[in-house]
Design a protein around this ligand. Sequence first.
Ligand code: PRX
Length: 635
Amino acid sequence: MSNYHIKGLEEYFNVYRKSVRYPEKFWEEIAEEHFVWRKKWNNVLSWDFEKPAIKWFEGAQLNITENCIDRHLLTNANKTAIIFEPNDPKEAAEHISYGELSKRVNAFANVLKAQGIQKGDRVCIYLPMIPELAISVLACARIGAVHSVVFAGFSSSALATRINDSSCKMVITSDGSYRGAKTIDLKGIVDEALNDCTTIESVLVAKRIHSDISMQEGRDQWLQPLLDAASTVCEAETMDAEDPLFILYTSGSTGMPKGMVHTTAGYMVGTAFTFKNVFQYRNDDVYWCTADIGWITGHSYIVYGPLANGATTLMFEGVPSYPDFGRFWEVVEKHKVNQFYTAPTAIRALAKENLDFVEKYDLSSLKVLGSVGEPINEEAWHWYNDNVGKKKSPIVDTWWQTETGGIMISPIPFATPTKPTYATLPLPGIQPALMDENGNEIKGNQVDGRLCIKFPWPSMARTIWGNHQRYKETYFSAFENKYFTGDGALRDEVGYYRITGRVDDVIIVSGHNLGTAPIEDAVNEHPAVAESAIVGFPHDIKGNALYGYVILKETGEGRKHENLRKEINQIITEHIGPIAKLDKIQFTVGLPKTRSGKIMRRILRKIAGKDTSNLGDTSTLLNPEVVEEIMKGAL
Ligand code: PRX
């Protein structure tokens, strides 16, 4: 029996039991058999959820790029590591072999070194989905620099916040990006961000759209000439198991985004193991995850997990709707994709279009379909299953988070029977618990509660950059001795989990986590706004959309309101990015508040969702009359 590659349900249960009974032994065997180490660990695991302090494979030394690249060179140098499919289908796809990837990563690593980047320095990567993105990530890992990839849809001010929070020394960007029929001036956004940053010493610029941009003397350099002059040999830096590999920001319910810190060995072992099992990747398969590398899904399941398994991973620059809604399926046919991993919001958007867009293409290569980022509703699940998978490719509804680093709850295809809307069973090594509001674990089946994890797993984030206290408060303080996910879940009669959604003030819009507080802060910046409250409401494509209740300093005329709505969304776009724009903005005279001054969001959520038959107890409100008023003005 191999612990690393599970092929049947009985095997899954056996491996799972072992992983719970002897977790250290379980992970140690996997680490031992499937990776290359420069030095073995002294201790598999030490942990304390009180502090919290978690260490995996302490004492071990390695470099993750040797595991993702070098070791495949002996046998698989000519195998395609990365397929790059450009935004424009008329532009040729690029196939980058492991041999070529090695050279390009090494050359990039040498460029970073020549620019003064050293082990431990933070490098901000703000790039579109072009090969340089994956290569720069790996180049940082090669020399032990900590990458902080910022999704290239974020605004200049969001970019500046992230650069400053982790004092990055360098930004890697491009002249611009393609997004469907549009181009975006990425370099302009970086320039604007850098007006508010003091730690950046250099900016490397990849050429993508060949636009006319300005380069700041002494700071900005074109990337390609530097790469052309660099050696393609670069010795990998020796890293300790717990050295940080990267920082990735995720929204919290309050305040600043949280820079989740992932470390080297545990993250590698966790993402590689979950990739292998959840996608049942076989040697000659072509695997495609449609996420952007700017999110954790791209880090773990476009770059590290697949490459650690010597897989062929496809990177797609474009969008599902360009040049038409058949684009995803065209790419599947063209590259004979075997595993396809996407988000429910994309599935819902495509399901709205004519079925011809799917039926036109030969999708017979598909073996496994994945879903991630938010609950997949039953209708979308069936559409995906019937029309894309033709009822023969199991759907893996994978639940996990930026913080968990890797997939936590998911079917293992061809082993776990799937059930629409259920992420089903925890993967080996993952010990979920459902908790009630009094902090007690709810045992048994057919129950629901708050989802926690009872025992550490290798790929979990170790801290929040520069704010360990916040890490402790957010994840380890709600329930004693447990990691709290922020999600609610139910467990059905056979023990399958269904994630029901966030139980905090994080709203998931089109699979993107958005905290309400930063959006409210942005709205309140408008000079006419006195106060605001943002809630989510159900949306048939995005899953959730944002509804803003806004109190104006002076109430104006209806005509003026339309302008205000535009201006408010403009401010949000500038502060966070277009993904955080409000779908509806209701101007109101007040917000329902408790006597202690807390906004009662539960009521606002119900009104936004047009679910006002039972608003619950409003007697504790300071201003119950305002509820009537808000209901009258609801959009
Ligand atoms: O609420 C859960 C939801 O997405 C949150 C994590 O978001 P993020 O850190 O951006 O990572 C997304 C990609 C891993 C979770 O707390 N979520 C993620 N996957 C699922 C999900 N909700 C339901 N079902 C899922 N499969």
